[in-house]
Design a protein around this ligand. Structure first.
Ligand code: FMN
Length: 165
C-alpha cells in the first residue's frame, strides 16, 4: 500500500491502545508500545517520526540502530501485549518472547511483528533531541515533569508500508 493509506487506522491506534515500535540492535530485538508518532513527508521522502524518552531501553537500542518498524495491531487485538510492552522494559524482559509474539524479517532485513494489521518498515535517517524551551505549556508541565527526560525524535524513511486484513 502507499504509506499514506490507512492513516486513520494508525491514528486510531496511537490515540488508543498504541502500536509497537520494534528495534533490532546490539543483538536484541525489542518491542515498546508507542502512542506518539507522525507520518508525513520530510526531505522529499515519506518519513515516520517516533518520540522516545532517554529513559527507555528502546532509546539505547535506537542510538545504534539502522532501522525500526512500527507495527499496528488490528482494532481490539493484542491489547494485553501492548499493555505489557508499554509497562515493562526490555532491560528486564525479552518482551516479545514473554508475549508469545513472532518476529519476521521484511525488506532490507527489517524486523517486525507478525499478526499486525499495518506494518511500516523504516530506515533511520535522522534524530534530534527536544531541548529546554522547545515545548510550550501546557504540554511542558504535563508531559515533562523531569527535564532530563525530554523525548528524542527519530526520523525513519518509510521503505515499506503493508496492510493485511
Ligand atoms: C499506550 C502507551 C503509549 C506509550 N507511548 C510512548 C511513546 O510514544 N514514547 C515513549 O518514550 N514511551 C511511551 N510509552 C511508554 C513505554 O512504552 C514504556 O516505558 C516501556 O516500558 C518502555 O520499554 P523499553 O524500556 O523496553 O524501551 C507508552 C506506553 C503506553 C502504555
Amino acid at each position: 500500500m502507499r504509506y499514506d493509506e490507512n492513516f486513520e487506522k494508525l491514528c486510531e491506534a496511537l490515540e488508543g491502545p498504541g502500536a509497537f515500535l520494534v528495534v533490532e540492535s546490539q543483538g536484541r530485538v525489542n518491542a515498546m508500545t508507542i502512542g506518539w508518532a507522525q507520518a508525513g513527508v520530510i526531505w522529499g521522502q515519506p518519513v515516520m517520526t517516533v518520540l522516545v524518552r532517554p529513559s527507555r531501553y528502546t532509546h539505547r537500542l535506537l542510538e545504534k540502530a539502522k532501522h525500526f518498524s512500527v507495527c499496528v495491531p488490528r482494532r481490539g487485538e493484542l491489547k494485553k501485549e501492548l499493555a505489557f510492552c508499554g509497562s515493562r522494559s526490555g532491560r528486564d524482559h525479552d518482551k516479545i518472547r514473554a508475549c508469545g509474539l513472532k518476529v519476521a524479517e521484511g525488506r532490507d532485513g527489517v524486523k517486525y511483528l507478525e499478526g499486525c494489521g499495518l506494518v511500516y518498515l523504516c530506515e533511520v535517517c535522522g534524530r534530534t533531541e527536544l531541548r529546554d524551551g522547545a515545548v510550550a505549556e501546557p504540554a511542558l508541565g504535563r508531559y515533562y515533569p523531569d527535564p532530563a527526560d525530554l523525548h528524542t525524535l527519530y526520523f525513519g524513511r518509510i521503505i515499506s508500508a503493508e496492510s493485511s486484513a
